[in-house]
Design a protein around this ligand. Structure first.
Ligand SMILES: [Ca+2]
Ligand SMILES: [Ca+2]
Ligand SMILES: [Ca+2]
Length: 309
């Protein structure tokens, strides 16, 4: 492939990536990975034939490093997984079957172990147990018990400074905790981030929103205000103090980030409204105004998913 400017090259890669992902997901089909009895999860994901390239090859002035590129997954009430890949044109491809997990699953989140911008597996909480599931395998590894104490859980990228993605979880008293990933699905002990996080209804993040190369998160409070927490890369104090992004976000009943949807190198935010329509807020890379105006990428029906991840 001839080298072109960063963003153009990036889009070509994205189209190829989306096509490969879509083809392989279709190929795995409906018969793949039917789960055994709960809570053993299984799921499938196509290997990406074209991987995101590192930033040095395609660097541009306004892009510090490339955001992760992953499919968006939904789990319905039966535990069936559907996947939607970025289509390379700012939206998502059509639905593909992606396996099944226990219908009792409480949380699912994608995790990237080697900082190549592509998830390698899932952390899943079922019946108070945290399992790790590597993509394209059946069965799972028990990571730990006692996870029923958490009411929010996600891998928001790399928050602790090492290469592997980490996990954050909020307990029912509102304390946010950080577990550092070892890069194989297992985790360190937890580190206390701080209290008061039960003011938030949603927490999302995967990648750098502010252009400094450190992964950030956003959180929506009960009054509908969305806040930015800039990542520090220091596991002992992983976030700076919050800054206000804007209000009116209570129109949404879910917020999730899987990475870069429009493949411009900056991570984006996906929001689902109460009518089941899906929107993308494209990241700008600027902390002062981290998102552009929303773009509708799903006309309806997205409320069929109990979990988006
Ligand atoms: Ca990876
Ligand atoms: Ca950042
Ligand atoms: Ca983007």
């Amino acid at each position: 492939m001839a080298k072109t400017s960063g963003l153009n090259t990036r889009r070509v890669l994205a189209r190829a990536t989306a096509a490969a992902l879509t083809a392989a997901l279709v190929a795995t089909g409906a018969g793949s990975a039917v789960a055994a009895d709960a809570p053993v999860p299984s799921a499938s994901k196509a290997p990406l034939d074209v991987k995101p390239s590192d930033a040095s090859k395609f660097s541009t002035a306004d892009v510090q490093g490339y955001a992760p590129i992953n499919g968006l997954y939904g789990m319905n009430s039966g535990g069936y997984l559907s996947s939607y890949a970025p289509d390379g044109y700012g939206g998502l491809t059509g639905r593909s079957n992606a396996g099944q997990v226990s219908p009792d699953t409480k949380f699912i989140t994608q995790v990237d172990h080697n900082a190549d911008g592509e998830s390698d597996g899932l952390w899943i909480v079922v019946d108070g147990q945290l399992h790790y599931l590597k993509w394209n395998t059946t069965g799972s590894t028990l990571v730990g018990k006692g996870w029923g104490i958490y009411d929010r859980l996600l891998s928001a990228g790399n928050l602790g400074g090492a290469a592997a993605d980490d996990l954050i979880a909020r307990d029912k008293s509102g304390v946010l905790w950080l577990y550092l990933g070892y890069g194989n699905g297992t985790l360190t002990q937890r580190y206390k981030v701080g209290g008061g996080w039960n003011t938030y209804t949603h927490i999302a993040g995967k990648g750098d929103l502010t252009g400094d190369g450190k992964d950030d998160i956003v959180a929506k409070d009960k009054s509908g205000v969305l806040w930015l927490y800039k990542g520090t890369g220091n596991y002992k104090a992983p976030f700076t103090s919050r800054t206000r992004i804007g209000g009116g976000w209570n129109t949404y009943n879910n917020l999730v980030t899987v990475g870069d949807i429009d493949i411009d190198g900056i991570t984006d935010l996906v929001a689902r409204d109460k009518d089941g329509a899906l929107y993308v807020y494209k990241g700008t890379g600027r902390a002062a105004a981290p998102y552009k105006s929303r773009v509708k990428i799903g006309s309806g029906g997205w409320n069929t998913y109990r979990i988006l991840f």
